[in-house]
Design a protein around this ligand. Structure first.
Ligand code: SAH
Length: 469
């Protein structure tokens, strides 16, 4: 979802800022501005005690009691915190006419900027906004993050800042510099600082500078990462970490934009997707591309839907890498069967209904599906079919022909785990017709077996169409 607000940090150091209003709300805003080292003036008929104190301490200027139109001309930023709606509107209009950023407390309509909830680990600042929808939610999120992010991150950033120029000179190449900082931030220097040994950390950093020379790694590496079936929350920690260190990201059609957005912002992104029988890059091309990029010294991440080793051609992709001596690793992901089954409330195995589960591909080759029907048409077994929509009718007919009853429950899950998830429930006889009658958007997964009946009882995921998860 796009939200129409660009998060930016405005330089306020020494800048004249005006607050209109003399109550507690104004006081809170003024404290925020003072923390940001702004030069604050206030206009209000009366000042609350906190504000009076700030005036006495000479931390803010008290201009006058009532607001006049000319008051705002000399300011870089205006905040209206009065309870006079007409006055708030007037201030907003005047500021906008002069292109001065204006915030009217609790009235997003009148604002040209909104103020986020801030986690302050100066110089590190994390700002949270809900686009004005729920300041309370922003505050709750802030409370969570406050406990997660140690205060020492501020000290770490300061220390890095001291060495920034030096690093620029020592490692003129951007990649070298990034590798250097990454090794510092994930190594003993950071650990020393977190444990309160600031002097030791500085000394260690100095020494590391003396030792390190700008040497480019001769060869990069490739991570084949399973991204799960769609919900970004289903990524593994390792997947996320590698995505944030990558120089190049290769992705295809099954990877949602929200997952790609989690990768390092300045990583190069290459689409290597293919639609059914319309290959953008043939498989050989992708493999060679990965080898070339890694040999250029890049850290390559290849994002795969679900799990790379389940109907994902992961094996083929790394064969080339292995043959060419390119270091690689495979990060498992949640395969569509697990993700869709969980989010549809259909356990794939169950003591009473299924003691085994079998994953098959329903992909047609020359118009027919070549499967071991005898082995599939068994009781007490769950069948999960990947890429099975086109062959659905044929699969159901074959299973019936080989002995499964017509009424064997079957489910079709469309875009499982995402906010667009839809589920069709039927049986071997009815499902093909049900699917044909509806417009179905891929990807879809089919589950056949007694366990499907549990959906009615166990369904827990009800995505709201208006929201993305
Ligand atoms: N490696 C992947 C599978 C790739 S084959 C994995 O482990 O999941 C692509 C097929 O996976 C699709 O045709 C569809 O059958 C299934 N699939 C992937 N994501 C899905 C989703 N979100 N919902 C339903 N089916 C999905």
């Amino acid at each position: 979802m796009r939200n129409g607000h660009l998060p930016i940090f405005i330089k306020t150091h020494g800048q004249p800022c005006l607050v209109i209003g003399g109550g507690d709300v104004a006081l809170r805003k003024i404290r925020t501005l003072l923390k940001a080292q702004a030069n604050v003036s206030v206009v209000a008929p009366q000042l609350c005690e906190g504000l009076r104190e700030l005036v006495v301490q000479d931390k803010i200027q008290y201009l006058q009691e009532s607001f006049t139109d000319d008051d705002i001309s000399d300011f870089r930023l205006v905040i209206a915190a009065t309870n006079d709606e007409e006055l708030n509107k007037r201030i907003s209009r005047l500021a906008q006419a002069r292109n001065i950023p204006v915030n009217v407390v609790d009235n997003p309509e009148l604002c040209t900027f909104i103020m986020p909830s801030v986690i302050d680990r100066a110089p590190v600042q994390i700002a949270i906004s809900t686009g004005g929808h729920s300041p309370v939610l922003a505050r709750l999120l802030r409370a969570r993050l406050e406990t997660l992010i140690p205060s020492s991150y501020g000290r770490l950033a300061k220390l890095m800042g001291e060495f920034r120029e030096k690093a620029r000179q020592k490692f003129p190449d951007f990649h070298d510099r990034r590798h250097f900082w990454e090794s510092i931030l994930q190594g003993p220097v950071a650990e020393m600082l977190f444990s309160g040994q600031e002097q030791a950390a500085r000394k260690q950093l100095e020494e590391t500078f003396q030792r390190e020379t700008a040497r480019k790694p001769t060869i990069g590496d490739v991570a084949l990462i399973g991204c799960g079936p769609g919900d970004p929350d289903l990524l593994t920690f390792r997947a996320l970490r590698l995505m944030q260190q990558a120089d190049v990201i290769l992705y295809d059609r099954l990877i949602p934009e929200r997952i790609i957005d989690l990768a390092r912002k300045d990583a190069e992104r290459i689409y290597v997707g293919k639609k059914r029988s319309q290959h953008t890059l043939p498989q050989e091309g992708i493999n060679e591309l990965m080898v070339r990029l890694a040999k250029e010294g890049k850290r390559v991440v290849r994002l795969k839907g679900g799990d790379p080793f389940i109907f994902g051609r992961g094996g083929e992709e790394i064969e080339t890498l292995a043959a060419q001596g390119v270091p690689f690793q495979v990060v498992p992901g949640i395969t569509a069967a697990s993700g869709c089954a969980s989010y549809a409330g259909i356990p794939l195995t169950h003591r009473n209904y299924a003691q085994s589960c079998i994953f098959i591909t329903g992909h047609l080759k020359d118009g027919s599906i070549d499967l071991d029907w005898e082995a599939l048409a068994r009781e007490n077994q769950t069948i999960v079919i990947y890429m099975g929509l086109l062959g659905l009718r044929m699969i159901c007919e074959q299973l019936i022909a080989h002995g499964l009853r017509h009424s064997m429950p079957a489910a079709l899950i469309e875009r499982g785990t995402t906010s667009e998830q839809k589920i069709l429930i039927g049986n071997l006889e009815t499902l093909p017709d049900l699917a044909e009658k509806r417009k179905i958007t891929p990807p879809t997964l089919i589950i056949i077996g007694e366990v499907v009946t549990l959906h009615q009882k166990l369904n827990w995921f009800h995505p709201d169409q208006n929201k993305s998860i």
